[in-house]
Design a protein around this ligand. Structure first.
Ligand code: ZN
Length: 323
């Protein structure tokens, strides 16, 4: 496959992602970047960073390895997404991810359904603690929870001992609904239950204000964990013993550009613009978040079963030995 130079591809991406096709890009090189152009450059880097982060997920990559290299995958899928973006208008990076996942079935030819690896089916259940009447709501499909960064900080400062899983669980069980039994109407908490096969990838979106101080970035990111157990976050009623997930890649905002931070060969790597640098261990990642004002916005956690059984080009170090 003939690859275009990355700057040319980037320019093409910037233009195509522009929802207003009338904006001229050709003669703008000597002027300071206009706001619209900056926004488009940010969205272009969001798209490329999401695609790179998806490639870092073992169970996702293994379906495509026989057909693509990493660069070819990003190039091909970017081209496909951009040629279909006019159908939708994603606003933020998480909306863009959802758009990509929903477009995937139309791009795939002969692969396993890739977007299904991200699908989480939750049943919402409520039991009235007054009259004991159970209510079960219809199955809900999501691509993982969206969490407000500020809430993570607040819960952690209120309850210091909470783990990341506890914080997620608490944040997600704030929905109260009135009892359905006539004459009762008592409001009870709604519980999230998973009783379908677990997703291969558990995605967590963090929503930031983007004006957080270093202290606030530190207070939020220090709550994050690289390993989570989904049965600690939702009520799991299935029979898989593989309920643990490991963080493999993140889509992060740094200034007005997106960076991919991924776990490879036992260490964390940061990809930014067309550069790549080794960060080191998780504590070094936490330090980088604060020092560079990096806000992780999408976290991809992969089920440990997929990591052990997947074709492991990147290599997860000693992970196989751990389980
Ligand atoms: Zn009741």
């Amino acid at each position: 496959m003939e690859m275009e130079s990355s700057s040319k591809v980037q320019e093409e991406t910037d233009q195509k992602i522009d929802p207003d096709r009338s904006v001229k890009h050709d003669d703008a090189h000597d002027e300071p970047m206009k706001t619209e152009e900056k926004q488009n450059a940010t969205r272009a880097s969001a798209l490329d960073t999401i695609l790179k982060s998806l490639w870092k997920i073992c169970v996702f990559r293994k379906e495509l390895l026989s057909s693509f290299t990493e660069d070819e995958f990003v190039f091909e899928l970017r081209h496909f997404i951009l040629s279909n973006l006019s159908l939708t208008e994603p606003n933020g990076v998480y909306d863009l991810l959802v758009t990509i996942l929903e477009l995937l079935p139309r791009w795939e030819t002969g692969y396993e359904p890739l977007q299904s690896k991200f699908e989480v089916y939750e049943t919402l259940k409520k039991m009235c603690n007054r009259c004991k009447v159970d209510t079960e709501y219809p199955l809900q499909l999501a691509y993982g929870p969206i969490v407000i960064a500020n809430s993570v900080r607040e819960f952690k400062s209120a309850f210091e001992d909470l783990t990341f899983e506890n914080v997620l669980k608490v944040i997600r069980t704030t929905l109260m609904m009135p009892c359905d039994k006539e004459g009762c109407g008592k409001r009870n908490y709604v519980e999230r239950v998973i009783n379908t096969p677990l997703p291969s990838v558990f995605t967590i979106a963090l929503e930031w204000e983007n004006n957080e101080t270093e202290e606030e970035i530190s207070a939020t990111t220090s709550v994050l964990a690289t390993e989570i157990d989904i049965s600690e976050i939702c009520k799991y009623e299935g029979d898989s013993v593989f309920t643990k997930y490991r963080l493999v890649s993140m889509v992060c905002l740094c200034g007005d550009q997106y960076n991919c931070i991924s776990y490879e060969n036992g260490r964390w790597i940061r990809y930014f613009a067309s550069k790549k640098e080794a960060i080191g261990d998780w504590n070094s990642v936490l330090t980088s978040f604060v020092k560079l004002k990096i806000r992780p916005e999408i976290l991809f956690f992969e089920n440990v079963k997929g990591q052990i059984m997947g074709t492991d080009e990147i290599g997860f170090g000693s992970l196989g030995k751990m389980f």
